[in-house]
Design a protein around this ligand. Structure first.
Ligand SMILES: [Zn+2]
Length: 596
């Protein structure tokens, strides 16, 4: 394709100079934009912005005959879109399209399909999806649902692994025990250290040999923010709750290589773009080396999807790394966007104000003062901070930290984020709005756990789970994400359906008044997703000057039944004006003007 050669502007320059608005003012595309690779802190890494082609030039591609949901401020519905140099050049009717087509214009007949902005997955663990299918051995349903199944599958893995080597795996649920102990693993793995994680990512189970190698005994204290499962006499039972406890074992396991990460990034791009995702935000990148591998993928032109990456701080020593060792690269495909903390774990470890019936309700993963200080330091970098919060106390501690940092350094629109935000109070909803915080959430969690919320939290508190309607009514930006691979679903369809139905596994509906409409869910998965990463000026809606990231659906996702939506396909994914995925009978043959 034609790469534009204009000098890239920063977003700030763009906003100052734009005056005459979005039309024509256009935005960065292509990997030809001069990146801003530096080490150390570069406040506010932004996507470089370049001017669009003049509207009188012929389009590279015209898509027409569609039902185009632009998701612009007026909810405009159009029929045709022109694309040039990776940007949306014009939006209009089929009749308008005649004027856009030149000698070499590729014309895509949408045949009535619905065209929307590409989906933006505001929370996933992009490269870990690959790890789950390579580095780890899956012990998943339907093959593994009981302890007997797990032992049989583990015995098989043992037979294929040289003695003494680690077996790393993941499981979804072991129905008879919930989380397996060392006693469940030991009988079939006497000579192999074993560490398997629950798919949600915050619990791990080790066998006795793994405990021995990691030096974990009855005398080992729980780390701050983590819990070592114990038997009555204090002996570790093999279960580790929260990342800091899991790290006691995990740091003894040979880590995946950066070659693995490179491969995982490539694999995930193919997987997600076929599902209609054109941008992802990886909110859990562990290790400065993995951050660098992501940035290198951008630098070397290996990205066909667009990614924003957040470095996870697990331990206090990571603050120094976050401040001094980040690769602040940014181009239109890959960008270092900020930082991530996890302040509690999954539901049974939700850090709450009042007791619940899970494993522990009263511990944040960070010492509160250390957390506030870390947030303050990172706020000053000019980048975003995302905090994983499940319980209401985790949310309030995070809001306290944001508020302190913002008062100490009142820079404009830091747009910090709550990830998940499962249990909020009405008071915290008001604070989230007042602080300009984004909620990045996953209502599809309700399908996984909703049937158990009342037993875990009590009826009243359970009603507070993922209150999307309350947040939207308060004016809070609510972005949606898959959290893949922490849930069994990578598809954005599961996310959209979860937001709209709030259905539990048993088929009950959890607080239907809190549901999004299908259109709201689509908007939350496109434009609000862009907003969640400071990218709404350049993507998330179909408007002239924005990035040409478009998808064609086999159905209209805003007017279909749940079953139709679940059975739908993405027939075309375009990123940066390039078709990266196509299925069905779309005509992609270049045609000359007059042949329309
Ligand atoms: Zn996550």
């Amino acid at each position: 394709m034609i790469r534009n050669r204009f000098r890239p502007l920063t977003r700030r320059q763009f906003l100052i100079g734009a005056g005459a608005a979005m039309a024509g003012a256009a935005l960065g595309c292509g990997r030809s934009g001069t990146p801003t690779p530096t080490s150390g802190v570069t406040p506010g890494a932004v996507i470089p912005i370049t001017p669009a082609a003049p509207p009188d030039l012929a389009a590279n591609t015209v898509l027409l005959g569609g039902h185009v949901l632009t998701i612009d401020a007026a909810n405009t519905v159009a029929e045709a879109v022109a694309v040039r140099d990776g940007l949306i050049q014009a939006v209009g009717t089929n009749a308008d399209a005649d004027a856009w087509v030149g000698e070499a214009t590729q014309v895509i007949q949408l045949g009535g399909r619905t065209l929307t902005p590409g989906l933006i997955d505001a929370h996933n663990h992009f490269q870990v999806v690959g790890l789950m299918n390579s580095y780890y051995t899956p012990f998943l349903p339907p093959d593994v649902v009981t302890t007997d199944d797990l032992q049989a599958a583990l015995a098989e893995a043992v037979a294929q692994t040289p003695e003494g080597e680690w077996i790393k795996g993941y499981f979804f649920i072991i129905q008879d025990v919930g989380l397996p102990t060392r006693h469940d693993l030991d009988p079939v793995s006497p000579n192999h250290p074993v560490f398997i994680i629950q798919q949600g990512g915050h619990y791990g189970s080790a066998n006795s040999l793994a405990l021995e190698i990691a030096g974990i005994t009855a005398d080992t204290p729980d780390p701050t923010g983590g819990v070592i499962g114990r038997e009555d006499n204090g002996t570790p039972d093999g279960i580790f709750y929260n990342h800091r406890a899991m790290d006691l074992v995990r740091l003894h396991i040979p880590r995946y290589t950066q070659d693995d990460v490179r491969l995982n990034i490539q694999t995930s791009q193919t997987l997600f773009s076929a599902l209609g995702v054109t941008s992802f935000q990886d909110n859990n990148v562990r290790g400065t080396d993995t951050v660098s591998t992501y940035m290198d993928a951008g630098r070397q032109g290996d990205m066909t999807m667009r990614g924003a990456v957040y470095y996870t701080l697990e331990w206090p020593a990571d603050v120094e790394r976050a401040l001094n060792e980040m690769d602040h690269y940014a181009d239109a495909f890959m960008r270092f966007a900020g930082f991530k903390f996890l302040l509690d774990g999954q539901m049974t470890m939700a850090y709450c104000h009042e007791p619940h019936n899970g494993h522990r309700w009263d511990i944040p993963t960070w010492d509160p003062d250390g957390f506030k200080e870390a947030v303050r330091l990172l706020h000053d970098t000019g980048l975003q901070i995302c905090v994983h919060c499940v319980g209401d106390a985790a949310i309030d501690l995070t809001l306290d930290a944001f508020e302190l940092a913002m008062n100490a350094n009142p820079r404009s629109d830091p747009r910090h984020r709550l990830e998940h935000a499962v249990i909020t109070t009405p008071q915290s909803t008001q604070r989230i709005r007042d602080l300009g915080v984004v909620v990045s959430t996953q209502p599809q969690f309700i399908r996984l756990g909703g049937d158990g919320y009342a037993d875990l939290l009590g009826e009243e508190r359970a009603r507070r789970a993922i209150v999307t309607r309350e947040w939207m009514d308060a004016g809070i930006p609510v972005a949606l994400g898959s959290d893949a691979p922490s849930t069994p679903w990578y598809s954005p369809l599961a996310t959209l359906i979860g937001a709209v139905t709030r259905a539990t596994f048993s088929g009950a509906v959890h607080e239907p008044d809190q549901a999004m409409t299908p259109y709201e869910a689509l908007r939350a998965h496109t434009l609000v997703g862009a907003y969640a990463a400071h990218e709404e000026d350049v993507k998330g809606s179909i408007e002239p000057g924005k990035m040409a990231d478009l998808i064609a659906w086999s159905i209209d996702p805003t007017h279909s039944t749940v079953q139709e939506l679940w059975n739908s396909t993405i027939d075309l994914t375009m990123i940066d004006g390039q078709v990266v995925h196509q299925s069905g009978d779309l005509s992609l043959v270049p045609r000359r003007a007059g042949n329309l």
